[in-house]
Design a binder for this molecule. Sequence first.
Ligand code: AMP
Ligand code: GLY
Length: 418
Amino acid sequence: MNVLVLGSGGREHALCAALARSARLKNLFCLPGNPGTAELGTNLPGDPNDITAVLAAARQHAIDLTVVGPEDPLAAGIVDAFQREGLRIFGPTRAAARLEADKSYAKQVMRQHAIPTAESRTFDNFEHAREYISTRDSGVVVKAAGLAKGKGVFVCPDPSDAIIAAERMLFDGIFGDAGRTVVVEEILRGREVSVLAIVSGRTIYVLDPAQDYKRLGEGDTGPNTGGMGSYSPSEALDERTMAQVEREILVPTVNGLLADGIRYTGVLYAGLMLTPAGPKVLEFNCRFGDPETQALLPRLQTDLLDVIEAAVDGTLDRVALRWDPRHAVCVVLASNGYPGDYETGKLISGLPKTTGRDDLFVFHAGTDRRRSSLVTGGGRVLSVTALAATRAEARAQAYASVAEIDFAGMVYRKDLAG
Ligand code: AMP
Ligand code: GLY
């Protein structure tokens, strides 16, 4: 089978690595991919958001199945376009991807189907938002309703900061159209966890729990990032809580959408706060998490191609997910300055040999080939995943490999998976 993966990050390299293990894979393509995916298949130039060009590439290379990494092409309707052409693609349709792309819609779905989440109000007028926030005596969270690359959320313990955040979005337009509508909601307290599930119609396969680290700094300080590391399995979610998340959150979401005529196929990622009153939804994503995927997929023993194909074909109930019992710890190496401005083009040295190993993976994200050398080309540069019998050993091995790698301005968190 010829498979095309869309995207260019660590998540996409991990997807390619898992697909490359399938005996049924013939040719693997990644658009645009990165130097890591180039070692597993063929990188195709282009922009995953250019749906017409991606369709043309899929036809040209006789692609049997396309797997979408990032959210933007999903929100733009790439799945609908492929389906119209009779081409197989893994991911939610535009209507289903609204769960991530439009937080005010997600809130409406949750309210309608009694899914536990923070109390919220939606505004597109700054004066109304200001009036509402000033009546609150506790802090609130202000979120741009649209896709803002993870930067559109302000947790404001002081309501006057929330008014400023709402003003910057609704009045100054700092996020453009993504911030023309804002969601204002109560601050939830508790431990934050991610639950990912592969969904096909009514069939929901919850993946093993994974933990990610969103803050840049040690001790969960500093700005929010795309993710600085992850581990799996996570002890934060015991079987009882996982069952509760499935029963109270995933099943009613998927069935609620179905009742509204929207069939969900793809990964449904629920960002949750484990509050004293039970798990509540912070956000939905409509795709694999990055860097959760880099800790999860190396542990997946079932052929990922079989799983994805079954989800697309509506036969997901016939496959079973088997997990490697080992623990995986993933450390993200970033460029100094990320998630703000950073320099690129720094020489990367000391990458450990991983060929043939099933206990160490170095996934590329923001890397570039410059003649025979590898240089940095993005904010999150590499993610290093190690597997071992215990989390402590996996952590020690991941950090031992990280210590071999070097580039100017390399930053990473030293407190992951402790
Ligand atoms: P989101 O993109 O909606 O998940 O928000 C990004 C981050 O902001 C989350 O990962 C949380 O750390 C934080 N956050 C979002 N909503 C809330 C909330 N209602 N209460 C507390 N923290 C929140
Ligand atoms: N790890 C968070 C995300 O993928 O959105």
